[in-house]
Design a protein around this ligand. Structure first.
Ligand SMILES: Cc1cc2nc3c(=O)[nH]c(=O)nc-3n(C[C@H](O)[C@H](O)[C@H](O)COP(=O)(O)O)c2cc1C
Length: 187
């Protein structure tokens, strides 16, 4: 089996608390983002963009996440607010993939959304091929307009995923995968 197929066969997500530094260098991250952006894109609209969260930016946005959580959950204790404030602070680099899908005369919005998903997966595969491990997560704050505004998203933009990138403390064993017989129909 070649290296690409082997990667696709064995890759596992690693939870952010188990992703350590160092993360990709700026040059290496530029390469990963360049590769991530090489996806099928009907109409060549590039209906997605990247936000790179490193260093202090991760805790700054984390403070907004915790404040937003506290505003909605006044009963939240210190441990919960600490957890919320560290949502983006575990892996050394977190890339937010932003979908810019919208109404278009020729290209269905659905296809633009799918292209953003392809960007996320390309970034996951590229980062793992470069020796990192990743987690593609959203969580509640990916759908909270107050947090998205703090990240600089316009009202028309959506968060396709936070891709946490780092070095794995350990790689989890595989999880159950769908049985082909349940998902394949030959017609
Ligand atoms: C768009 C998207 C959002 C996700 N958001 C979350 C999330 O918020 N929390 C979570 O525990 N898993 C989330 N997941 C699932 C994780 O990526 C999960 O750990 C992963 O599917 C594990 O499978 P893998 O090892 O094959 O990557 C999300 C997956 C996708 C595709």
């Amino acid at each position: 089996m070649n290296a690409t197929l082997d990667l696709l066969r064995t890759r596992r997500s690693v939870p952010p608390p188990r992703l350590d530094g160092p993360g990709p260098s700026p040059t290496e991250l530029d390469t990963l983002l360049t590769l991530a952006a090489r996806v099928p894109d009907h109409g060549k609209l590039a209906p997605w963009r990247f936000l790179v969260l490193e260093g202090e930016a991760r805790t700054r946005i984390g403070a907004t996440i915790a404040q937003t959580y506290a505003a909605d959950h006044p009963e939240a204790d210190a441990a919960r607010l600490d957890l919320e404030s560290k949502r983006l602070a575990h892996a050394p680099v977190v890339v937010a993939v932003v979908s810019r899908a919208g109404p278009h005369t020729k290209i269905p919005e659905w296809e633009q959304v799918l292209s953003a998903g392809a960007v996320c997966m390309n970034l996951v595969v590229a980062a793992n091929a470069a020796g990192y491990a990743t987690a593609w997560l959203t969580e509640w704050f990916a759908y909270d307009r107050r947090v998205l505004e703090a990240l600089g998203l316009s009202p028309a933009e959506k968060l396709a995923g936070f891709i946490h990138i780092g070095h794995p403390q350990e790689v989890p064993s595989d999880r159950p995968r769908p049985d082909l017989a349940d998902i394949v129909t030959r017609i």
